[in-house]
Design a protein around this ligand. Structure first.
Ligand code: ASP
Ligand code: MG
Length: 433
């Protein structure tokens, strides 16, 4: 059971989340930092880097105060409350130790790790107050990434199971999402939003029956509820469909999270803490359903077109184009090709100037900024008839810059202008669902 930042965002939310765990009985529980804390810790690090010592101290005091208030509201037992304050103060003293010191990426990761350490310690004490048979495990003792920043799944499996075996009589294992160690043994993390990934890795490592991701919405919706009225939750998704949706914009799930569960063949269920009886969305190796399931959109996309008469009948052209992106460590999201040109999209303009300069050696280069990828997900296996037509037809009033279909059995992606996004999402919803 993984609970995100808002699900542990206040003492009341922590109580609510613990009652869901108690109801489940046996579970391994992964927590994020309280909402806002990770951002605060990152802002604090910046302050320290900028040498704003007084400001940094003030930010630390403010955050510490918030944790004192949360502990006071959460724990009524005097002794447990005092213990919470001791732990909280200990962490904040450690954080204060960074002020006035040179802070590099290594220290930043250490500072950011306090978010999850704070939330899990408070919740562990609250579980103790309720008399639950729970134990807090330090994620940095078993979560590890390799030199390539990939989770070391074998290491995680061996070490986590060895630790669990030391506590055989426990109902609830509690641990931190997001944080880990790297191959040098230093504190590291699985990137922003990485607690979902922790949950999936742990679920795979222990062979869980199910991986539950608890949030504030009743599952993955078939369109973006911020822009489209009357979206509804999708009851079942294939792992591949979920991965496409998560990658192309559905905020509910971190894109990397799906993979370990998929390989271990463990269903991932998205559930709502505010409405725990709702079925939510289950993601598994579902059978094809012959339906279109959902739409998502990814903003801030840049399209680059390279047109070259040399591409005609040439081999090696695409490789040389892709090498430019590889060299500048810029991933490509979407590709379309014709005999004389290729269009690709990127979501990171950091190295755009250099990329364009190098691509110009191959032909004419055109760049379109502020584009959006709209991704339609479902059973889009090529022999199913009519789905592509329905998607394209829904968008007939909207200028479409690129269309990509056939890369997988599960999606069709269209590139449109930012100003057309909301209209496109609404048109797709009204035509497809
Ligand atoms: N606390 C981390 C973040 O805000 C990890 C997570 O919440 O998943 O990114
Ligand atoms: Mg999250």
């Amino acid at each position: 059971m993984k609970f995100g930042g808002t699900s542990v965002g206040s003492a009341q939310r922590m109580k609510n989340m613990v009652s869901l765990v108690a109801h489940e009985g046996n579970a391994t529980v992964v927590l994020s930092a309280m909402s806002g804390t990770t951002n605060s810790l990152i802002a604090l690090t910046q302050c320290i880097k900028d040498g704003e010592t007084a400001n940094a101290r003030k930010q630390i005091d403010d955050l510490q105060k918030k944790y004192h208030e949360t502990a006071a509201e959460l724990l009524s037992d005097k002794e447990l409350h005092d213990r919470a304050i001791t732990i909280v103060d200990g962490f904040f003293d450690e954080i204060r130790g960074y002020v006035g010191r040179p802070v590099t990426e290594k220290e930043e990761k250490e500072i950011v790790a306090y978010g999850e350490r704070l939330s899990t310690n408070l919740v562990a004490l609250y579980m103790k107050e309720l008399g639950m048979n729970a134990v807090l495990l330090d994620a940095t003792e078993f979560m590890r990434i390799t030199a390539d920043n990939e989770p070391d799944q074998q290491y995680i499996k061996e070490n986590l199971n060895a630790i669990l075996a030391q506590h055989p009589e426990v109902d609830v294992y509690l641990t931190q999402g997001f944080i880990c160690r790297n191959h040098n043994g230093e504190i590291d993390n699985l990137q922003r939003g990485g607690s979902d990934y922790t949950a999936s890795l742990i679920g795979a490592a222990i062979g869980a029956d199910e991986i539950q991701i608890w949030t504030d919405i009743d599952g993955m919706h078939n369109n973006d509820p911020r822009f489209v009225e009357e979206t509804s939750p999708v009851s079942e998704l294939h792992f591949e469909e979920a991965a496409e949706l998560a990658y192309f914009g559905a905020k509910i799930l971190h894109p990397t999270c799906v993979l370990p569960a998929k390989y271990a063949n463990i269903p991932v269920r998205l559930l709502n803490t505010m409405q725990p009886e709702a079925a939510g969305t289950v993601i598994y190796n579902a059978q094809p359903t012959h339906t279109i399931k959902a739409v998502a959109a990814k903003d801030n996309i840049t399209a680059i077109k390279i047109k070259s008469s040399h591409m005609l009948l040439a081999y090696g052209f695409l490789r040389r184009v892709f090498e430019v992106f590889e060299k500048h460590q810029t991933p490509i999201d979407m590709i379309t090709t014709s005999e004389v040109g290729v269009s690709v999209t990127i979501d990171n303009e950091r190295n755009l100037n250099e990329i364009v300069k190098e691509l110009e050696e191959f032909g004419d280069v055109t760049v379109d900024h502020d584009m959006v990828i709209v991704c339609v997900v479902g059973d889009l296996e090529w022999q199913n008839r009519g789905f592509e037509a329905e998607v394209v037809n829904s968008l007939r009033e909207i200028p479409v810059r690129m269309i990509s279909y056939g890369g997988s059995n599960y999606n069709i992606s269209l590139l449109i202008r930012k100003e057309d996004k909301i209209r496109a999402l609404r048109l797709l919803s009204s035509h497809l669902f």
